[in-house]
Design a protein around this ligand. Sequence first.
Ligand code: ADP
Ligand code: MG
Ligand code: MG
Length: 484
Amino acid sequence: MSARLEPCVSIDFDSSALDEVVTKTKDWALMHGVCMRSRQNFSPDSINFAPFVLVPSTFPKKEFEKAIELQTLVNEMIYRIANNYEFLKTTLAITNTVDPFTAQLFKIYTTVQEEGVSQAIDLGLIRSDVMLGAEPEMPLSSFKLRQVEVNTIAAGFGWLGPSSGRLHRFVMQELGHGDKLQQLPENNALEALCGGMLKAWEIYNQPQAVILFIVEDISYNICDQRFHEFEIRKQNPNVRVVRRSLTQLGRGGAVLDAERKLIIDGQEVAVVYFRCGYAPDQYPSADGCEWDARLMIERSKAIKCPSISYHLAGTKKVQQVLAEPGFLERIFDNAEKVAKLRDVFTGLYSLDLNEEGDRAAEMAIENPEKYVLKPQREGGGNNVYGKEVAEVLKQLKDNPERASYILMDIIQPPLLRNWMIRPSTQPMLVDTLSELGIFGVIIGNSKEILHNSMGGHMLRTKIHTANEGGVAAGLGALDSPFLV
Ligand code: ADP
Ligand code: MG
Ligand code: MG
């Protein structure tokens, strides 16, 4: 029996009451842009509501506040790693020999470091993802935050996060629980993230320059992206957003001028915001034109979000090495900061081909369900769970490629019963678990931090039997925390 949380309100509806609130909320979602493009019935001209859980998930206030408070430290940690070439080089040295994708990113990093960067300022719009760790018999009061990972590239849901909170406010009111709305925390993620891009745009200081969004050929998560664009325009009507894929840019869609300005159709680019470029299949062309584009952007004067160093600072290998005894201490000279960060880390183990890696592999082969095996990938759907952990590790015995993975203790969040609502599917009453993401905004150069703030939150919830809960991928649902 896993630990359980109680739903914030009764969810024992009779079927007609359920039908009414669900139908109405689906319409509310459609009419307020809580939506995505359908993968199954794709049309560029239509959107579906995004999957959601009907009522907000109960979340301990103390742990929520801890996560919020911790965010500027997480930002600072990423900033410090991203500005430490030697640390990244040493940490990723073995990974680079066995993981061609990380190696390719690192090659760009080295190239630009050696020729000298044209833009000293970096913009980080990051998201630290946490779960509540709970042992089966633990009292509810002892749930603790556990960091899953930190995303430093294309960390989405700046729109869908806060809009899920608004959707839940609507539901709570419909259900006659309007008196509890103060337990749904405020969430300014969209304003904060777009505000970060606009700060970077101002620092670039060229009134005609645009913000470039690097996007996929088809953006399924289109509302999340477009609302960022609309918010930028709202905050500063003079700033234009241009959307391009890496393929378009690599096929002549962008040039660097003599001063290393990045130019697209005659327009200078001030800020590059990547919503794509974190996965190998986002560099599909045989001639490597997407990599050419990535290098061109990195060499340019534009402020990158993220620059390649921030991208690399978000790798799973870096996360694992940071958890090793003594490493945080090398990055921070402040014991209190180290203690606060370490407090949310969970067990992380190197799988390098040495004695330490062998011990970790043996431990996981003996008890595979206690661990998650992670390659250096982003975007969900890449990890290995359960029995397969043992199988993969046995196959990789004595194989240097084992080092392209890291091993992590599995976090077992408490279960919470909720209605899951998906397009073209009947509502399902299911046991769920959640992952909270806290956004952070950091702007700095190698010498100093110019801006560091917490930037709102998002909550994703999945059926407890699913290993991963990507909303776009189909197993997760939008949610928001109800603080108790
Ligand atoms: P990605 O960068 O692909 O999102 P994550 O490390 O976030 O990689 O893993 C993807 C998902 O796998 C998470 O959203 C979470 O649902 C699940 N997961 C990852 N690590 C753990 C863990 N230690 N314990 C439990 N679930 C995990
Ligand atoms: Mg990630
Ligand atoms: Mg993740």
